[in-house]
Design a protein around this ligand. Sequence first.
Ligand code: DGL
Length: 361
Amino acid sequence: MTTQLFQRFTLALCAVLLVGTSAAYAEDSKPHLANVMILATGGTIAGTGASSTTTVGYTAATVGVERLIAAVPELAKVASVKGEQVFQIASENMNNDYWLVLAKRVNVLLARADVDGIVITHGTDTLEETAYFLDLVVKSRKPVVLVGAMRPSTALSADGPINLYNAVLLAASADAVGKGVLVAMNDQIHAARDVTKTNTSTLDSFKTTELGLLGYIQGSKPFFYRTSSRKHTAEAEFDISNLATLPQVDIVYGYANMGPVALDAFVAAGAKGIIHAGVGDGSLASRVTPALISAHKKGVVIVRASRVGQGIVARNGEANDDELDFVVSDTLNAQKARILLMLALTKTSNTKDIQRMFYLY
Ligand code: DGL
């Protein structure tokens, strides 16, 4: 080979190697994107209205998960996402059976090394309940983030796309690991245990009124300022992996002129637990107390909660819980107290052990 030809060959070889190396560096320099699964269940975030100004009176649960993802191409900048349509329901129809299917699917996915976090799109009506149920039964420290929308996908300034974007970047964030199940709505990060829907229709509906939100999502970054002090997820003692059903627990709502009819009906229908969402500090009307005592004598576990929504329901405050052998809900609202009592009853009916759980979770 002449010297000139050899020089050209060497130069060409160097050029190929240089391009190959820079491509490899380029590949390596691409930030690794976390793998986030989006499990869709329906709700307004998947809803459609007759016009762009329809923000009430629309149809929930009509848009599939692939269209939800396609509507937010920016997701590809923050995570490697895949979608799965678990259900397609308006969340007022969420129930124990759906919860068991969803929770088992979440635990299977989180056990996989190629899944770093999960986002669940959900109707807002029962979003806080699904979030708290998962907070107690998910067996992983990986992020699980629930997200919904107050406006349908077809509305002017729909909040679904930005809420979904925020939820995915939160689920992809190392900062969200070990924080328990989170709710990402309206640029805010809430703990599943304490967040609740406070308005029928406004964008800022989800609030953690007194115990405080955990942080914000701003400029595509999560900012945490606090963590929940209660046990959750991998630290929780509940295991639903072999459960086909959950114990029936119902809620009676307190009000002036309340009587025992609803309570007696729930007990006759086989309730294993009753949440009494009393007025004030969980007060019991004298017309209802005998029915509660009778129910407990039949083995029904009674939890004194409050309709008020904030504050501690104090043990032995408005009733002699030690004497009645009732449990108090601490700061859980009635719908969340129902979830914890249901799971507690999968393990025990001992009221002292159940009270321990209400002070732990
Ligand atoms: N039907 C309600 C639900 O699916 C709509 C409310 C919403 O998702 O924002 O929860």
